[in-house]
Design a protein around this ligand. Sequence first.
Ligand code: SF4
Ligand code: SF4
Length: 270
Amino acid sequence: MDNTKESQTASEIIPEQMGYNTKFQFQCHKGVKCFTRCCRGIDIMLTPYDILTIRKEFGITSEEFLAIYTDIHLLEKADLPIVTLKKLDDEAKSCPFVKDVEGCQIYPFRPSACRYYPLGMGSLSYASELNKGKDTSSDDAFFFTVKEAHCCGFEEKKVWTVAEWREDQGVNIRDEVNAGWTDLIVRKKTIPMSLKLSEQSKQMFFLACYNIDKFRQFVFESTFLNKFTVDKDKLEEIKNDDVKLLQFGFDWLKSIFFKEGDISINKPEQ
Ligand code: SF4
Ligand code: SF4
């Protein structure tokens, strides 16, 4: 995964650390000569919330969305599966949702990676702090600009602070929802290799993070609730709320991976 909008090569990164109030000059619009250039020849990593929202807009299940529109990769350092948009088989290896003149066909519900660009995020502790409910608006999370040679957006006159850009692009809500997932990946990257996960645990990660409709079936239509104790109010909460179910899934994975949290494994009946 060296070519995602979230993990550019070092030579493309301007190594200036930026905070929420740092300003940068950038604008992207249909008039730029590079319009839609960045939607081709690149792997767009999808977050759990991206999949949840796009599949809902398309009126298909998460399983159908994954089968039609995505590729699965292994994030090597974390040894966990990640999902990217399946590129078209055209010469430019275009995103399946880009059109030459109109641009992004799913713009209102485009993925987080497309919203972040041209910013990257550099603080590994950021997701963990979000997950603990700490106000991160003034903490030391840092950002940087990702400047690709073909991108003319930096020649435009519009000036933003990082905070203004994040607000404008709808990044904050997405980061909040995805915080448990990011936290799992960050923590998994940092634990010793001796704590490697089983293949079954990785499959559970995939199910809970990316295949929300199947995960719902797994929770409510299998023996899941015989095996795990889940608070009654929590069960009511997650029954009809995809986002709450997703976040429950992150908590459940945390209990499996790190033996933390409120979800406990029931003892087998004697
Ligand atoms: S989802 Fe939209 S913005 Fe993102 S790469 Fe595809 S066409 Fe471009
Ligand atoms: S200005 Fe940059 S972000 Fe906008 S279309 Fe061109 S390459 Fe993409």
